[in-house]
Design a protein around this ligand. Structure first.
Ligand SMILES: [Zn+2]
Length: 472
């Protein structure tokens, strides 16, 4: 498989360093607000990549995504709303996981929180101070950019260029305008922790170095995020990694393009953004996956309601075929006739083509194209095939589902094929929702409490109610 590596600016052959397990680290959210639709892109793209590597290459993927739960943004928002930073972080961490569940995204293998790793960050910063790659100024600690060779390689900026560009930011505390903060001295009312330089808190760039090494060990295969993180965040991660270890840091750096709204790049600061949960109020999760993956991950994606409607129509077309095939063949388990078997053999080339395009820098646009062509082919067969040959539709539908799986698509079985329990649970959740809308909360709570007694937990969120089984 070939992937574009931002570090070398070229397509490179990818295989996990130990041959079987891929270590992936994707920079996660700063939990001071709900995710907006731009934040959702890396979540979907890199989860799809994870699923694809597992399902079609047979590699195990250890997928780590951090949660930044202490940061200027959190501190400012907490002050504005009169909450504690901790409570604010908890609220939006829960909302983040509820959104992942509503989208049908698999949970990461680990979701380390910054605040759970402060001691290890202090240790790493102390090592940098000791070896001269960092310096202390009145309780703040800065990274000395001139101490690391090759700074700017990832972002493709030379040090001179960057210095000229950022001269306005020069502060007399820093030796160099590009030196970045590793530790911030405590200010009154802010969360703080002890350190050799006095109480304070770590800067954002250190947490991903510490948490990726801790949770992936030597499996530093792919580090991913939005391309707005290339500079300074990822550049600064690499710089810290270089001065604190002789071992190589991540081999592959992958970055997704930004979302555009109309003519402009979408930015929270410009106000031209929407929250992800708002999209899920109008559209099914599958539509959202289809929409995001219908553009190559490195290109900018134009967000529009028309685009989402087109995605919904494309999903519906495939789903119609799958549901029809399921219902036509219900209770008919026999093997297909000769004509049907020939047809199934012919379908193998679609799987090959799918792998070929997806292996080419994770071209999900091509992957979706192959699925739509496959559906055309199946529809043609369906229009002509008769008798036992029609049983080939079962395998054809299974292939569509197999190819859709990494892309978050077509995993929903026709209602009658789903487990009875899942059907009953959906019904109970629906009834409870109706009761709550009628303000019959006591009855709604009784449903929730009785379900809890049998180990089923209901979780309410802005995206609706989800149910999960407690581990026995
Ligand atoms: Zn990061």
């Amino acid at each position: 498989m070939r992937l574009y590596n931002t570090l070398t600016k070229s397509l490179e052959e990818f295989v996990p360093s130990d041959g079987s397990t891929v270590g992936m680290y994707v920079c996660g959210p700063t939990v001071y607000d709900h995710l907006h639709i731009g934040n959702v892109r890396p979540v979907l793209v890199f989860n799809a990549l994870r699923r694809y590597l597992e399902a079609f290459h047979g590699w195990r993927v250890v997928y780590v995504q951090n949660v930044t739960d202490v940061d200027d943004k959190l501190i400012n928002r907490a002050a504005e709303t009169g909450q504690s930073v901790e409570a604010l972080a908890r609220t939006y961490t829960d909302a983040y996981f509820a959104l992942q569940d509503a989208l049908g995204v698999e949970r990461p293998s680990a979701s380390p929180r910054a605040t759970e790793h402060i001691g290890e960050m202090v240790e790493l910063i102390a090592r940098m101070v000791d070896n001269g790659s960092a310096y202390v100024r009145d309780g703040d600690v800065y990274f000395r950019v001139s101490s690391v060779e090759g700074y700017g390689r990832l972002s493709g900026r030379s040090l001179d260029e960057q210095e000229a560009g950022s001269r306005v930011e020069v502060s007399d505390r820093k030796e160099n305008a590009l030196d970045f903060t590793l530790w911030k001295a405590a200010k009154p009312g802010e969360p703080d922790w002890p350190s050799p330089w006095g109480r304070g808190r770590p800067g954002w760039h250190t947490e991903c170095v510490v948490m990726s090494r801790k949770h992936l060990g030597e499996r530093l295969d792919i580090h991913a995020g939005g391309n707005d993180l290339i500079f300074p965040h990822h550049e600064n991660e690499i710089a810290q990694a270089r001065v604190t270890s002789d071992k190589p840091f991540f081999r592959f750096w992958m970055h997704n393009g930004m979302l555009h709204m109309g003519e402009q790049e979408m930015h929270k600061s410009l106000g031209n953004f929407r929250y992800a949960y708002e999209i899920l109020e109008k559209h099914e999760a599958e539509t959202v996956w289809y929409f995001y993956l219908s553009r190559h991950y490195r290109k900018p994606l134009d967000f529009s309601d028309e685009g989402l409607d087109a995605a919904a129509a494309a999903v519906a077309r495939v789903r119609r075929l799958l549901e029809d095939a399921d219902s036509e063949l219900r209770g008919d388990d026999g093997p297909p006739g000769t004509g049907g078997r020939d047809f199934v053999r012919k379908l193998a080339k679609f799987r090959d083509r799918y792998v070929e395009v997806m292996d080419d820098d994770f071209n999900t646009v091509g992957g979706l194209g192959v699925i739509q062509e496959l559906v055309n082919e199946i529809n043609r067969f369906r229009a002509e095939a008769t008798g036992e040959d029609r049983r080939a539709l079962r395998e054809a539908a299974a292939l569509v589902r197999e190819l859709g799986c990494p892309l978050g698509l077509f995993q929903r079985q026709a209602a009658a094929d789903r487990g009875c329990e899942a059907e009953l649970m959906d019904l109970l959740v629906e009834l409870r929702g109706e009761l709550r809308r009628r303000k019959e909360f006591a009855l709604g709570d009784r449903i929730r409490d009785r379900l809890a007694e049998v180990g089923i937990v209901l979780k309410d969120s802005p995206q609706g109610t989800i149910w999960t089984k407690n581990a026995p």
